[in-house]
Design a protein. Structure first.
Length: 656
DNA sequence: AAACTGACTTAGAATCCAGGGC
DNA sequence: GCCCTGGATTCTAAGTCAGTTT
């Protein structure tokens, strides 16, 4: 199947690039194909009418993002529709009519009533304060206590509405779908340098209550409605400027050094928000490609860089030692750079912003025992070219690096003592995701950490002489364009490549190959600490699987019995029959068991983020081609669109 | 050199929806 | 044919990092 796609996209024709008007349509791909158009009613086939083979074109000059740009502007959020008269808000037990603005904001809160946000003090405090600002002076006089507010009727109303939507007839749903499609076609695309490109987010964010992650000081604040007057349109000089549905744009500009189509400033954090292109677009794809090329470039420099920072562990200047140790963490543990943050944001950290309270040091005295080194860093570091990232040590909760960990055999150790210098990290990182990891580090690193901590309090910065700017400036001297985040990309992709090499054997079944792939992917997700809340249904899902498995086991047992019986009876016909059945059942059971492993190992690990942002897609595609795994097995439609450039470029022997 | 601003990538949760099992 | 589950998609917050301003 992967074949078909290849042909469609294939660019063997050197002539290339002028095939702009390439009208070739999926529908007529194979006149011989015996499935004419019976699938009409089905979802329209992949709409690749035209593929922009930008990789065969000459690049635009540095800093220029486009030559021409046309679009219809963003779609504004629908106007607020008032509640029916009978849907009442109650204050202190009594129904109360609200002004339009007050009612709208009440509705935002009502819709979140089920959510635990509404039980958080900070959220309620912020909400109430902002809500009051929307009230008339009369309302403000009456409504003085959030606890006396009863939003339940409003919440019910919205719930009913969404139930109604779900219960609509087929025709109604169809109509709605058609409408959505029309909107997508109208606003969802733009034209860049003559090529139609999909837009990622053509709808401006609707008003609502701000939901920060973690302990966000601004949670619950009112996110204001964005009007045309707030929006800057960026568009080609010659292009027709879209008309706002109401009012005027804040500004129309023609800046081809940026890639966004529209922008506005959001009122909570004061950040600029942008309308940008979809990942499948040339602009995004090319950046993606360059990102991985940059990471590959690091391969040629990383040995030197590691040697340098190891030497810098003993530098005279404290700032340099700090830089070295921070870099060591970034490199070996795939930590993020860690910019400073202010009090207006959740308290989270990355490498450079670590505080003393985020790490604990300890020395462990181990009997000489090579087995126990399975997850320590030491073996990596002590060997001259230990070049794989440090693995996590299992802490209380984590789902860890799965199968083949040979349990270390205690006891048979020699009496010689072996000191291990341990650092235990525990901090909240991006999105307030907890990073917990205990690793053995080099002695020099350990001694430096003690030095950096001397005379400080827990809330003080570990690296007080270091900022991300300083670090990145240094990195840029090591290699052109090198920054802290390149290490994450590099280590992630390298890990995938190594793990796939290690885990795949040609004779594996497709399912086994997929398990191997997922495990390789998982190793990366663990490295990068990509977590997710365990799906609410996880336990039930596991139960379901278990019962399927035990059913299958029963059936298998039964079949085996029958087989034996037939054999004894010399009943050749049945013998054959049950032999076959046993084989299929065994096969099915095996698949189920693989599924079980996969699912349970995935409980709290999110594979998507690394797949989408850290793993050079060419590694995956080459693996697919080499081991005859259909690309559809690893990448869904959206992902195939995003990685089209890689599908096109990667040969079976591609290596990161 | 610190603070600020802007542009862009990376992130997990929420919501949507299709297709497999009954 | 209907319902439920789980993957796909959407959403937007939260990072990184460079350039500019103070």
């Amino acid at each position: 199947m992967a074949k078909k796609k290849e042909e469609k996209v294939s660019s063997k024709s050197k002539s290339s690039s002028k095939d702009k008007k390439d009208k070739k349509r999926k529908v007529q791909e194979s006149p011989a194909g015996d499935s004419p158009k019976k699938k009409r009613a089905k979802k329209e086939d992949e709409p690749q009418e035209h593929i922009w083979k930008w990789w065969e074109e000459e690049a635009l000059e540095a800093g220029i993002k486009w030559r021409t740009l046309e679009h219809k502007g963003p779609m504004l959020a629908p106007e607020y529709v008032r509640l029916p008269k009978h849907v009442k808000f109650f204050y202190d037990g009594k129904p109360m009519d609200l002004s339009e603005a007050t009612e709208e904001v009440a509705g935002f809160y009502a819709r979140m009533l089920e959510h635990e946000y509404t039980s958080m003090e900070q959220f309620n405090k912020n909400f109430f304060k902002d809500w009051k600002k929307e009230m008339t002076s009369h309302e403000r006089d009456v409504i003085t206590d959030l606890k006396k507010c009863d939003f339940r009727r409003i919440a019910e109303y919205y719930k009913d509405e969404s139930e109604k939507r779900k219960a609509m007839t087929k025709e109604e749903k169809q109509a709605l779908k058609a409408e959505a499609e029309a909107i997508q076609n109208e606003y969802g695309f733009c034209v860049v340098d003559g090529h139609k490109q999909k837009i990622a987010n053509f709808r401006v964010e609707p008003p609502g209550l701000f939901r920060g992650r973690g302990q966000h000081p601004k949670m619950g604040k009112l996110k204001k409605r964005i009007r045309a007057e707030d929006i800057i349109i960026n568009i080609g000089k010659g292009a027709q400027v879209p008309k706002p549905p109401k009012g005027k744009w804040k500004e129309v500009r023609h800046d081809n050094t940026v890639s966004w189509l529209a922008s506005w400033t959001e009122n909570i954090m004061g950040n600029v928000k942008y309308v940008m292109l979809n990942p499948s677009s040339k602009a995004k794809s090319m950046k993606d490609y360059q990102k991985y090329e940059k990471a590959r470039e690091l391969k040629d420099h990383v040995d030197k860089i590691r040697k340098n920072y190891s030497e810098d562990f003993s530098a005279r200047e404290m700032a340099i030692r700090q830089r070295a140790v921070a870099l060591y963490f970034i490199d070996r543990l795939a930590l993020r750079a860690g910019n400073e943050k202010d009090e207006e944001q959740a308290d989270t950290v990355g490498c450079c912003s670590l505080r003393l309270e985020h790490l604990k040091l300890s020395v462990e005295h181990h009997d000489e025992d090579l087995n126990s080194s399975q997850q320590s860093i030491i073996d990596n570091n002590n060997s001259i070219n230990g070049d794989s990232p440090l693995k996590k040590v299992k802490l209380e909760s984590g789902v860890q690096n799965n199968d083949q960990q040979s349990p270390s055999k205690d006891g048979q150790s020699s009496p010689s003592k072996n000191k291990r210098y341990m650092v235990e990290f525990d901090f909240l990182g991006k999105d307030s995701i907890r990073y917990q990891n205990k690793v053995a580090v080099e002695k020099k690193v350990y001694k430096n950490l003690i030095l950096f901590m001397e005379g400080k309090s827990p809330q003080d910065d570990l690296f007080d002489r270091l900022t991300t700017a300083v670090l990145n400036k240094y990195l840029n001297e090591c290699m052109d364009g090198l920054t802290a985040k390149v290490f994450r990309t590099y280590n992630a992709s390298k890990t995938l490549q190594d793990e796939l090499d290690k885990r795949t054997v040609p004779k594996m079944t497709l399912e086994e190959k997929m398990l191997a792939y997922n495990r390789a992917n998982r190793a990366v997700a663990v490295l990068c600490n990509h977590q997710r809340a365990p799906p609410k249904t996880h336990d039930k899902q596991m139960e379901n699987l278990e019962s399927k498995i035990s059913d299958k086991e029963k059936a298998l047992k039964e079949a085996k019995k029958e087989f034996k019986k037939a054999k004894k009876d010399k009943d050749d016909k049945n013998k054959e029959k049950f032999k076959k059945r046993v084989a299929t059942l065994e096969n099915q059971l095996h698949k189920l068991e693989i599924q079980r492993k996969d699912k349970s190992e995935n409980k709290t690990i999110a594979l998507g983020t690394s797949k989408l942002n850290y793993l050079d897609p060419r590694i995956t595609i080459a693996w697919c081609k080499r081991y005859d795994v259909p690309i559809e097995k690893v990448y869904n439609k959206t992902q195939r669109e995003k990685f089209l450039w890689a599908i096109e470029m990667a040969t079976p022997d591609y290596r990161f």
